[in-house]
Write a protein that binds this ligand. Structure first.
Ligand code: SAM
Length: 445
């Protein structure tokens, strides 16, 4: 049986619904492995595997494979995500209609689990801004969002305070707050070394500050989704109670999460425990803002059609606009046009839709982000690699040209795009960004 940090059992004693004996025993068992499929790239994968009860796209794997060795993982066909976190899907399905083109902020987004889930739910409609305050973590967030391949998603690197400048802008804000991490004790026992009552108090103060900072950015009638992977009342129900008392907000109940003997519904949210559901620990709660004033936004007055070189790569170019900024030439969804100028004015943006590429002389060199885009033209030249060659490509090796093709080609594995290659007479030069390459040694002979 697992040895919890000193004082942890007593700390949880106010949770009268918790059978500590069973909870403790579950910590001696293996954490389940789950993945969430990309709705377009991964829709034919893992069909035979058991579904996560609260997520249409979630699947349980029988064991943990080495995901690095699966090119489909690199292509963004699925995201490895703890099952309880996938409950966000059931929440969005109930409280948001993607056809209304909602503007959604994921405030604490790295490494991108909830953001890729939201992007899947929107599936190109509305706008998602995925933000991460810690610069070193914003890079991995961008990489995961790049892999997901949608033109209505942006990545920013800002402190929650800076969102008060975007008053009443968002229909939904997700705050998956930094927390003391007790919900991860089974999966990551090292997290126990950092746990203490002081850490819980420190996290609770920070969570309250984050929510107060971002509250003005939520529209009246907008939805706040708050979660932590901590079991502590101080970081969960107490935070929600204060939010309701200090701001005007009402709790929303989520029908799909009413699963008896699996998810605990408390007065102020939903709790996942490893001894009750096939998941790690999570608290999640959904509130509707009931006060504040609507702001009038002026939708973009001008939109630019895609240039011919870029349009030739896209399946339905008229559904997208071209937008130039400090990052380069971007392909953005038409819905994103309504918000991009405000975001550019107030935030530090690392990604705005899909970076298309550059004209070098007369030649257009597509960016890696474009290879990951879900709306590529099926007519572009492709090279389909077998597993060995796909792994060599992902290690950034040059590939012998045995494919009877020349020039820029989309490199694929089982129909899924991995990146670009430039085919010369005897080899295919590898355009995979260095930072994306597989670094670990793998035997390919
Ligand atoms: N939502 C992410 C996902 O599903 O992959 C996980 C988010 S993790 C629980 C919390 C995030 O909050 C971390 O990426 C952390 O860097 C960030 N964070 C830390 N301090 C913060 C602060 N003061 N304000 C906002 N975010 C913070």
């Amino acid at each position: 049986m697992s040895v919890f940090p000193e004082g942890f059992k007593e700390h949880l004693s106010p949770l009268h619904h918790l059978n500590f004996e069973e909870f403790s025993q579950a910590h001696a068992t293996m954490a389940p492995v789950s993945v969430r499929l990309h709705p377009l790239k991964g829709k034919n994968l893992f069909n035979e595997l058991p579904k996560v009860p609260w997520s249409d796209l979630g699947r349980y794997l029988p064991s943990r494979p080495d995901f690095t060795l699966d090119p489909k993982f690199h292509a963004g066909a699925y995201y490895v995500q703890e099952a309880a976190s996938m409950s966000l899907e059931a929440i969005l399905q109930q409280v948001v209609d993607a056809e209304d083109k909602p503007c959604i902020l994921d405030l604490c987004a790295a490494p991108g689990g909830k953001s890729t889930l939201i992007a899947s739910f929107l599936n190109g409609r509305g706008t998602l801004l995925a933000n991460e305050v810690i610069k070193s973590r914003a890079g991995i967030l961008k990489e995961n969002i790049d892999r997901w391949g949608y033109a209505n998603v942006l990545v920013s690197n800002n402190d929650p305070k800076q969102f008060s400048r975007l008053k009443a802008r968002f229909d939904v804000i997700v705050v998956d707050a930094p927390c003391s991490g007790s919900g991860m004790f089974r999966k990551d026992p090292a997290a126990m070394n950092h746990w203490s009552e002081e850490a819980v108090e420190h996290c609770a103060l920070r969570q309250e500050r984050i929510l107060n900072d971002v509250w003005p950015a939520l529209k009246p009638d907008g939805v706040m989704i708050y979660s932590t992977c901590s079991y502590s009342l101080q970081e969960d129900e107490d935070i929600i109670e204060r939010l309701i008392n200090e701001h005007k907000a009402e709790l929303i109940t989520i029908e799909k999460l009413h699963i008896q003997n699996s998810i605990i519904k408390t007065e102020l949210g939903y709790r996942f425990y490893p001894h009750l559901s096939e998941s790690e620990g999570l608290f999640i709660s959904v509130l509707r803002k009931t006060d504040g004033d609507l702001e009038n936004f002026h939708p973009a007055s001008k939109s630019y059609q895609l240039q011919n070189e870029i349009a030739s790569f896209i399946a339905q170019p008229s559904s997208f606009a071209q937008h130039k900024n400090h990052l380069g030439e971007n392909i953005i969804s038409v819905d994103l046009l309504n918000h991009i100028f405000a975001f550019e004015k107030h935030l530090h943006l690392l990604k705005t839709g899909i970076l298309s590429g550059e004209l070098k002389g007369k030649k257009f060199i597509p960016d890696h982000e474009l290879a990951m885009f879900v709306a590529l033209n099926p007519e572009i030249n492709v090279i389909d690699l077998n597993l060995e060659m796909a792994l060599r490509y992902l290690k950034k090796e040059a590939i012998p040209n045995t494919y009877n093709t020349e020039g820029i080609n989309l490199i694929r594995f089982e129909g899924l795009a991995l990146g670009w290659g430039n085919a010369l007479p005897n080899r295919v030069n590898n355009s995979l960004p260095k930072s994306w390459r597989i670094r670990k040694e793998i035997s390919l002979d």
